[in-house]
Ligand binder design. Structure first.
Ligand SMILES: [Zn+2]
Length: 295
């Protein structure tokens, strides 16, 4: 079964209900959102009435909450513990974000592993595992998905070995709560041609286990294989291209895994800017490219 959706906006006045309404307007049956700004840790209280209305609307439209994802803000960095106060702040913020997911009754949380900056990669890996062990130790009902990254700057998580390194250092009770979110743009930018996606999955399966993959971001890329840039392009408009992306979406080994578009909004001019998701989802369902941007 195809579960496809996109990034959506969680705004103060409508919260999760607004997310579900926006998703339905794109004909999605999956979605992802930040519980506030993706760049800051400012968060407002969850309105339970809106939450309950949102879940009722999901039920009415056959949206299973297993295909709904929260993305943690970018600023959490567990890879570097040089500044102990900062590191503890990030661990505590992650704990709060997990509690917010549980309060919203959303069970999947995607996290960027982090950047080691002035340290080294192996220390970064150890710091991430340390932070996850602290943050997840007493949490139940949550699946934390480490995102596969493009390898921009000193990012950790831009190889299967990085992710394996983190997972191997987790305590047994935490390991069961940690999974992986892939991203086609990041895989491309990290050095894998998406035409070899099955080879990527073979290696992932032998080192980590394919059952650990719980979500995949479906983005085209503006850059070449191995560029380590991380600039998402619209579906079929980048260097990966429509056919290779369609093959990932319909790969039998990832059947039932939610596919999430994080492609950029279309900017025709100041007054005419709109989300691409309705068009991209229609193309994906029909498996047919339509040059909707230039129509
Ligand atoms: Zn991400």
């Amino acid at each position: 079964m195809l579960y496809i959706g996109s990034h959506t906006s969680y705004l103060k006045d409508k919260q999760l209900l607004g997310v579900v309404e926006e998703s339905l307007s794109y004909n999605s049956n999956a979605f992802m959102f930040y519980t506030g700004s993706n760049q800051s840790t400012l968060r407002f209280p969850i309105n339970h009435e809106l939450r309950d209305k949102a879940h009722a609307l999901m039920k009415e439209n056959n949206i299973d909450k297993r295909n709904c994802i929260v993305h943690a803000p970018f600023i959490i960095n567990l890879a570097n513990d040089s500044d102990e106060d900062k590191y503890n702040f990030y661990v505590n913020f992650l704990k709060n974000e997990i509690d917010r997911c549980i309060e919203l009754d959303i069970t999947k949380l995607v996290l960027h592993p982090g950047s080691y900056t002035n340290l080294d990669r192996q220390t970064g890996i150890e710091n991430i595992a340390k932070g996850l062990n602290q943050a997840l130790d007493d949490k139940e009902g949550i699946e934390l998905l480490l995102e596969y990254m493009s390898g921009k700057g000193t990012e950790v998580g831009s190889s299967i070995d990085d992710l394996k390194g983190i997972i191997d250092l987790l305590h047994e009770n935490v390991k069961d709560k940690v999974f992986v979110c892939l991203d086609t743009c990041h895989i491309n930018d990290s050095g894998w041609d998406i035409k070899d996606f099955d080879k990527f999955l073979d290696e992932f399966d032998s080192k980590i286990g394919i059952n650990k993959i719980k979500c995949i971001h479906i983005n085209d890329s503006y850059n070449d294989v191995g560029s380590h840039k991380d600039r998402h392009a619209n579906f079929g408009y980048g260097t990966i291209g429509f056919d290779k992306l369609i093959n990932v979406v319909y790969n039998k080994r990832l059947d039932n895994i939610p596919k999430i578009l994080e492609t950029p909004w279309i900017n025709r001019n100041e007054k005419n800017t709109y989300a691409p998701y309705k068009f991209e989802i229609e193309m994906i369902r029909k498996k047919e490219f339509v040059d909707y941007i230039n129509l």
